[in-house]
Write a protein that binds this ligand. Structure first.
Ligand code: SF4
Ligand code: SF4
Length: 65
């Protein structure tokens, strides 16, 4: 399932934008959004967002290291 940025929580810090490996995060008028067709669901944006603005289920293997 692709990720989604909850606009109300996003403070537009841009951290996810810089971190996305496939450039699926794009700048919108005032914040950031994820293009769901581009998102490969790696989970990076959710992990690094301090505002917990990224929603979406973690991959099943997320806990295993
Ligand atoms: S890291 Fe979180 S708060 Fe920062 S731009 Fe991305 S979604 Fe918004
Ligand atoms: S889950 Fe990964 S590929 Fe999808 S928007 Fe976030 S950082 Fe980019």
């Amino acid at each position: 399932m692709p990720r989604n940025i909850i606009q109300d929580k996003c403070n537009a810090c841009g951290v996810c934008y810089s971190a996305c490996p496939v450039e699926a995060v794009v700048k919108t008028e005032s914040k950031y959004s994820i293009i769901k067709e581009e998102c490969v669901d790696c989970g990076t944006c959710k992990r690094i967002c301090k505002e917990e603005a990224v929603e979406g289920k973690d991959p099943i293997h997320a806990g295993r290291r």
